[in-house]
Design a binder for this molecule. Structure first.
Ligand code: NI
Length: 197
């Protein structure tokens, strides 16, 4: 399992450097515009969703997969805790944020699987899936890297993926990003600063 852990670390790092490179290569206007964009997916209730459905509120976004043994649940728990903390300090701000989980493993993450999964985290979490082409297009829009890693039985494969938490504004524009190792309290403070009254 050491080589697997190492490949996940390297993969995560590759995704991270890819993001940073994308941000630093940006024109004077800033790399912000390079993150985010249109998508056509289905949520955990089976309803069609596009980026337009999330306009008007802040989107707190993470790309991962339900079969992920550690990094994804950690990120989603931290996001949940940060929103709980924000809800205590500034409920009107927390009410403006929609936590969103995009899968990078639509093959296993069906609507039903996502429905069960998002229930494990903060109420209000929206799970998004779709065809492989749709999920890939969404990941690409958010500069998220992923690839399948075969281990053991065919159905027990893992997904190597970037682990970045994004905050997008009510206009759909990128505002900030965090890593899954960020502390929930720090994240909550940052959210409170970024979210208007
Ligand atoms: Ni993961």
């Amino acid at each position: 399992m050491l080589s697997l852990a190492l490949s996940l670390v390297i993969g995560g790092w590759a995704g991270w450097t890819y993001l940073q490179r994308g941000l630093s290569d940006s024109p004077a206007a800033g790399g912000a515009a390079l993150v985010g964009g249109p998508f056509e997916l289905v949520d955990h209730t089976g309803a069609a969703r596009s980026e337009k459905d999330f306009l008007g509120r802040y989107s707190f976004i993470y790309f991962g997969y339900t079969f992920c043994p550690d990094v994804c649940p950690t990120a989603l728990w931290t996001m949940s805790e940060a929103l709980d903390s924000l809800a205590e300090a500034a409920p009107e701000k927390a009410a403006q944020v929609v936590p969103v989980f995009f899968t990078v493993d639509p093959e296993r993450d069906t609507v039903d699987v996502l429905a069960t999964y998002v229930e494990s985290f903060r109420p209000g979490f929206v799970g998004l899936t779709g065809s492989l082409a749709q999920a890939t297009a969404a990941a690409k829009a958010y500069r998220v890297f992923f690839r399948k890693v075969e281990v053991g039985e065919p159905e027990t494969y893992l997904m190597d993926h970037s682990s970045i938490i994004y905050l997008m504004g009510p206009d759909g524009a990128y505002l900030d990003h965090f890593t899954h190792t960020a502390q929930a309290e720090d994240m909550a403070k940052q959210l409170a600063e970024l979210i208007g009254d």
